[in-house]
Ligand binder design. Structure first.
Ligand code: SF4
Ligand code: SF4
Length: 714
């Protein structure tokens, strides 16, 4: 065993422990003087490392003397602001040594000072220990040296340890969710891939940090679902954290793909700033003004954007790690050199293709499936309607089998003799035209695809495509994302697409998409015959349209849910597969029916309309007038059935039509008279309230914004 290395590790661990205890002393002290002393001791620890760095950079006696002189001078210098701070406290009439009832509150300046001190300490210690172990981090440029120091195990592991220990020490001062975040964050930091130069470590770190991050995001979304408001300080922390994680995952990809760790190192430093600013001011997490996130589209979009960029980066990293044969050369980057116009165009092209390639990769879809699928499982637990439960199971199964496994390399490994997907109807053409170039040889396959999906839609409605077969519903229908349907009623843009009618905005979108689909399909066919030679960045026009729609635009609009509304591929009518399915639904057997029209006439809650994820707010009027409702936009999610408090609503399709033709009742009668039915599945729907962000959980209901998830009726 390398004894020196062991000794240095013990030194680093000791520094970590002392730092964590000093942080606790600084933020939990009830006397201002103690906070100042803790800060002073922290600063001294960093200053001590300066002499180590100066000496080890060039180990001579004169450098040793110089290092000690600099350290001593700085230590003396640091006493001055501490004394000044103490003196100022006294002159204001608040004795610095006074012991208060509550811990001293740090302002923004003191919190920043604490964060900066801790970062500099860690940096100097890591630099010193690298020099002591024979690594010369500053052999190249200053930037390269900074990256080498931050991405070293001495920095990353001690930071992770310090974060975890600090969280444990101050856990009584911080709310439980923040404690949970800090603990998981420390795990993610400890699993930083650049920390060690070892293929085994790279694998362990990438897989381990991905699992932890997915778990963290699931926890985050479920937290949002169950807490419709929380202190704005926590909201700011969450947005800052997911933004840093977005940068970190992009940085991991850049490190893995190009060997450049700069972005990763910057993200690590930013994460530590976010963490230290949070732990320095724990009181803010309890008493800052409330943030009702469903009324804050900007905040929600920022959160979704950060999470999504992190997921995209993680998908790219996992794909390269697990499937290097397919992905190591798949991300094509044009050089960012030449005239400004060329640089701009190349940058846009790089961004577009990185986005499209990563979003279409199997591991991105697996990771999203795990994350969003967990939210769907939570929703499944709350779902009481059997048909809805079955549909949710089918949806998850289809996602796993058809959206992920079938197009992946793993299907080809398991079934090496499987036919070319371009020749397989439905599965090979999951979203119809655009899945492959439209040549005469595939006309039969495409036709069969539309016939199969058309017949299923005619019998069972658009839900076959839009709530089971497509990948989109899994992303939309989990608990937290589903609750974002409240934005369909509050966003000025989304409101233009409310109700079953075709608004001007809807008609315009529909028209543009139809023209684009017909145009690119025609060009694709003409290209295949040689009559035309039109390609978009080397791609078949219809395939490019498909990629732009479902690998890029779909996700951009997903993070824009707070402005565009939930399920916007349906509500806005920009998905051509969905439009076609909706048109067939209009002439099929699928419709919503009520058991008793009078119940709807007497109903004052109209919960069916509030629960609709595509904003079909006019359905109660149709129920009252005709007892049924049919719309091309209805995608059969069934939240309306779930939310009707009178158990008055059901989905009618070919099964009910057959029963009617046989002279049998379509469905069972309503369970009760006008008595509202209790909500919740077998386990009961949990009371979802705006729990204030206090250490003791106490529920104070917040009125929901058109959400299906409301406090349970008493
Ligand atoms: S509209 Fe299109 S993208 Fe949206 S759920 Fe339906 S098929 Fe999927
Ligand atoms: S379906 Fe249910 S919630 Fe909707 S109007 Fe009728 S009784 Fe009310």
């Amino acid at each position: 065993m390398n004894v020196d290395l062991l000794l240095f590790a013990i030194v680093a661990a000791a520094m970590t422990c002392v730092s964590a205890f000093l942080i606790q002393a600084a933020v939990e002290s009830r006397a201002r003087a103690r906070s100042w002393v803790a800060l002073y001791l922290l600063a001294m620890m960093g200053e001590m490392w300066i002499s180590v760095v100066v000496y080890l950079s060039s180990p001579t006696v004169s450098r040793l003397v110089a290092g000690l002189a600099v350290s001593s001078f700085l230590m003396v210098l640091t006493v001055l602001p501490v004394l000044a701070g103490l003196a100022r406290s006294r002159s204001r009439g608040s004795p610095a040594t006074l012991v208060e009832d509550v811990p001293v509150r740090f302002g923004g300046g003191l919190a920043s000072l604490l964060a900066a001190t801790l970062l500099v300490n860690e940096f100097l210690m890591s630099w010193g220990l690298q020099l002591a172990t024979g690594t010369v981090p500053f052999g190249g440029s200053a930037l390269a040296g900074f990256v080498a120091v931050v991405n070293s195990p001495w920095f990353l592991f001690t930071m992770a340890g310090e974060m975890a220990l600090t969280a444990v020490l101050i856990r009584r001062r911080i709310p439980r969710p923040l404690f949970a975040f800090l603990v998981v964050q420390s795990g993610i930091m400890a699993l930083s891939p650049p920390a060690l130069v070892s293929p085994l470590w790279t694998q362990v770190a990438i897989y381990g940090s991905s699992v932890l991050m997915i778990g963290l995001f699931v926890y985050l979304f479920e937290y949002l679902y169950r807490h419709r408001q929380f202190p704005s300080a926590f909201g700011s922390y969450l947005v800052a954290l997911v933004s840093v994680y977005g940068l970190m995952m992009v940085g991991t990809f850049v490190w893995q793909y190009f060997g450049d760790g700069t972005t990763f190192a910057v993200s690590v430093v930013l994460e530590m700033v976010v963490v230290y600013l949070a732990v320095a001011r724990p009181a803010l997490f309890q008493d800052s003004p409330a943030l009702p996130w469903q009324l804050r589209p900007g905040w929600t979009t920022a959160l979704l954007s950060g999470v999504f960029v992190a997921e995209l980066g993680m998908g790219a990293v996992l794909s390269v790690q697990l499937d290097p044969a397919d992905y190591l050369g798949a991300f094509l980057f044009l050089p960012l050199a030449g005239p400004p116009g060329t640089v701009l165009l190349n940058a846009l092209s790089n961004g577009f293709w990185f986005f499209a390639t990563a979003a279409a990769s199997s591991w991105f879809l697996i990771m999203m499936g795990a994350e969003m699928g967990a939210l769907v499982v939570f929703k499944f637990r709350e779902t009481k309607n059997l048909e809805n439960r079955v549909r949710l199971l089918l949806m998850m199964g289809c996602y796993a089998a058809f959206a992920v496994f079938y197009p992946s390399i793993y299907f080809a490994l398991v079934f090496p003799n499987a036919p070319n997907p371009a020749t397989v109807p439905v599965l090979g053409w999951p979203m119809g035209i655009g899945s492959y170039p439209l040549a005469a040889g595939v006309f039969g396959t495409v036709l069969l695809t539309y016939v199969v999906l058309g017949v299923l839609t005619a019998f069972f409605g658009r839900r076959v495509v839009c709530s089971v077969f497509c990948t989109a519903p899994l992303m939309y229908q989990g608990t937290a994302i589903d609750s974002m349907k409240s934005f369909n009623r509050t966003s000025p843009v989304a409101r233009k697409y409310l109700s079953s009618r075709f608004s001007a905005a809807y008609s315009l979108t529909l028209g543009l998409v139809t023209v684009a689909l017909v145009g690119t399909s025609l060009l694709s066919y003409l290209d295949s015959t040689g009559a035309a030679n039109v390609y978009i960045q080397g791609n078949d026009p219809s395939v490019f349209f498909f990629v732009a729609s479902f690998s890029v635009a779909w996700y951009v609009l997903f993070v824009a849910i707070p402005y565009a509304g939930n399920y916007n591929c349906v509500t806005m009518g920009w998905c051509y597969t969905g439009i076609l399915s909706g048109a067939i639904q209009k002439i099929g057997t699928f419709k919503l029916k009520v058991r008793d029209r009078q119940v709807c006439r007497d109903c004052t809650t109209v919960d069916c309309a509030k629960g609709c994820p595509v904003g079909l707010v006019d359905m109660p009027g149709h129920f009252r007038a005709t007892g049924e409702f049919r719309s091309t936009k209805c995608c059969g999610v069934g939240d309306c059935v779930e939310d009707c408090p009178y158990d008055n609503l059901y989905v009618s399709d070919i099964r009910h039509t057959v029963r009617r033709l046989l002279g049998r009742p379509e469905t069972r009668p309503r369970a009760t008279g006008h008595t509202p039915q209790p909500r919740g599945g077998a386990r009961g729907r949990p009371t979802v309230s705006a729990v204030p962000f206090t250490l003791e959980e106490g529920a104070v209901p917040l009125p929901m914004v058109g959400s299906a998830v409301e406090p349970s009726p008493a």
